[in-house]
Design a protein around this ligand. Structure first.
Ligand code: AR6
Length: 169
């Protein structure tokens, strides 16, 4: 697992994760950036998926992105922390990794799900992300070394938080 500071739409990996909404039809933030970079065919494929529940994830092709695939997941909206936000956020990471493992992907890049428009505190979200990903890789029957997980931070603040957590673990 590693943290980088970059625009996720520029990464040439097997799959990038999109922090989408329940409709899967696009939005602002990283979702808007991914849809713009992937092109119009992406929304056509998304329309056929029938939306996505919070904490679930669905796979599409990457179209014009350098990444081959996109795993669309829907993080929780932060409502103070007592509404199962941590469990729902953990599910996003778990489900995305399960899809990547099933497809035998070797590289998977996550944005900081829920920490923008959905308001999840950045440090709390990063703790959930790193803990869930390391647990999932340990639980997985998949050869651990074959899946490289990248936490793609868009701001220096997120990057610093991830570096600190990863250096501890
Ligand atoms: N590359 C990497 N990370 C990015 C990029 C990028 N190009 N652009 C933004 N981020 P957000 P959410 C970071 O708001 O909180 C949409 O409208 C951003 O700095 O994109 O899960 C959806 O349709 C932040 O750290 O997603 C939903 O309605 C992180 O991505 C809603 O927003 C997530 O911020 C989802 O809200």
């Amino acid at each position: 697992m590693e943290a980088i500071l970059n625009d996720i739409t520029k990464l040439k990996v097997d799959a990038i994760v999109n922090a989408a909404n329940n409709s899967l039809l696009g939005g602002g933030g990283v979702d808007g950036a991914i849809h713009r970079a992937a092109g119009k065919e992406l929304v056509m494929e998304c329309r056929s998926l029938g939306g996505c529940k919070t904490g679930d994830a669905k796979l599409t092709k990457g179209y014009n992105l350098p990444a081959d695939f996109i795993i669309h997941t829907v993080g929780p909206i932060w409502r103070g922390g007592y509404n199962a936000e941590a469990e729902l956020l953990a599910r996003c990471y778990r489900k995305s990794i399960q899809i990547a493992v099933a497809k035998e992907f070797e590289s998977l890049a996550f944005p900081c799900i829920s920490t923008g428009i959905y308001g999840y505190p950045k440090d709390k979200a990063a703790e959930v992300a790193v803990k869930t990903c390391s647990e999932e890789l340990e639980n997985s029957s998949y050869k651990i070394s074959s899946l490289n997980i990248i936490f793609c931070c868009f701001g220096q603040d997120d990057y610093d938080i991830y570096q600190q957590i990863l250096n501890k673990s």
